[in-house]
Design a binder for this molecule. Structure first.
Ligand SMILES: Cc1cc2nc3c(=O)[nH]c(=O)nc-3n(C[C@H](O)[C@H](O)[C@H](O)COP(=O)(O)OP(=O)(O)OC[C@H]3O[C@@H](n4cnc5c(N)ncnc54)[C@H](O)[C@@H]3O)c2cc1C
Length: 380
């Protein structure tokens, strides 16, 4: 039986997140965007009312929510401001590999750390020369005695300046391609870990994105996740957990852009009528509403599959690809509906358009989602 209704608990989570987004996020969005300020104070409030680290199991004092619950919350927080919600959600991507592949000791230490007090962690996979082509990374990890020595550079790491630890993908056996990659937890205060300058980004400017450099970084060999050679698999599996949430974040941005476009189109007049009366405008809004609904349903479906132990790689790629492209299209059309005012930073849709673009790039570009979908269609 198919049921698209939310349970009472889910409606309550949605209400809580929406209220938080409207009261605590949106009023501060512009300031954080302009200054590129990391939203530590907002994160603290989100942590206190239980809107952070939703994916961490209850054994480690987390909320232990289902992916579908996380997705419902993600849409609302991003509806407030996706730069701020991305800063809050970086933890989800860093902790997912630990939840998937960590042993009990690692989970107790690193997941426990996240729930004890406000703590940030980052997922460090991308490198200056390798983003989409993850197997092309150069960072190496060599086992010497009881320690791994890590050398290399990571690029575009969300929340890096705030992170207490990093999930790091490195090559332990470069001759084996993606099967020679391993996953590690690296404490940020380990000698040799350096966080580079903050990137001056087009959108989502509150999310503190930096390069991270590892120079002769010695970590205990116990900090490997799983066994040598499993890193690529773990890194990719993490995306099956997190892409439904990223899709929902994109839906939140699209919904905000559509609402602004609807309000504006009712008050702005041309040729003697509100512009909403022109079919050229109301068809644009009609398409926005339809595509946002479809994107949301894809995100929910991908989350539902994960919650029901159904392999969701293709569904998560459907959701991420469609929702990202929808957010970009809706935000661009919202700017169009605002006309010249849409191009001004004094009106909200310009920021939404800048923010929307990144959904087509991070956590796998829209092209890479298409590759994943094609691979699932032709090779499975
Ligand atoms: C704001 C921001 C935050 C980020 N946060 C993180 C983070 O926290 N952790 C992390 O590890 N990474 C992070 N990233 C990195 C992000 O995941 C990569 O930028 C992304 O995967 C693309 O990699 P790239 O930039 O190297 O582009 P490239 O891989 O060089 O791609 C360039 C272009 O070529 C296209 N392309 C590449 N290969 C193919 C192909 N086979 N077929 C068709 N088209 C192709 C791509 O789609 C893209 O359009 C972040 C990036 C940004 C901008």
């Amino acid at each position: 039986m198919i049921d698209f209704g939310l349970s009472e608990e889910q409606k309550e989570l949605q209400r809580l997140a929406r209220e938080f987004a409207l009261k605590e996020i949106r009023p501060h969005a512009e300031e954080h965007d302009r200054a590129g300020k990391f939203p530590r104070e907002i994160a603290k409030k989100a942590f206190e009312i239980g809107l952070l680290n939703l994916n961490i199991p209850q054994n480690y004092n987390g909320a232990g929510l289902k992916v579908l619950d996380e997705v419902i919350i993600a849409e609302e927080l991003s509806y407030g401001c996706s730069g701020i919600s991305t800063a809050l959600a970086a933890n989800n991507l860093a902790t997912a590999p630990v939840i998937i592949a960590g042993n009990e000791e690692q989970k107790k230490k690193y997941l426990g750390m996240m729930t004890k007090e406000l703590t940030f962690a980052s997922y460090a996979v991308t490198e200056p020369q390798a983003g989409s082509d993850v197997a092309g990374i150069q960072t190496s990890a060599k086992l010497v005695g009881d320690e791994y020595i890590i050398n290399g550079s990571k690029q575009w790491i969300t929340g890096a300046s705030e992170a207490k630890w990093f999930y790091v993908l490195a090559k332990t056996d470069p001759s084996k391609g993606h099967k020679g990659m391993s996953a590690f937890i690296v404490d940020a205060n380990t000698p040799g870990v350096k966080v580079g300058k903050k990137e001056d980004m087009m959108g989502q400017r509150a999310s503190a994105t930096h390069a991270v450099i590892f120079e002769e970084v010695k970590i205990p060999k116990l900090n490997i996740l799983g066994v040598e050679g499993e890193g690529f698999k773990i890194a990719m599996k993490a995306f099956d957990h997190t892409r439904p949430g990223i899709a929902a974040n994109a839906v939140g941005v699209a919904r905000a852009a559509m609402e602004h476009a609807i309000d504006y189109s009712k008050t702005r007049t041309s040729f003697g009528v509100p512009i909403a009366m022109h079919q050229g405008i109301n068809f644009m809004i009609s398409d926005m509403a339809c595509e946002i609904e479809a994107a949301r349903l894809l995100a929910w479906q991908a989350a539902w599959a994960m919650d029901n132990n159904i392999r969701n790689t293709k569904l998560a790629a459907f959701a991420k690809r469609f929702a990202a492209d929808t957010a970009m299209k809706v935000a661009t059309d919202a700017v169009q509906i605002f006309g010249g005012y849409g191009y001004s930073n004094e009106y909200p849709v310009a920021k939404l358009m800048r923010d929307a673009k990144i959904f087509q790039i991070y956590e796998g570009t829209s092209q890479i989602q298409r590759l994943i979908i094609a691979k699932e269609i032709f090779l499975r």
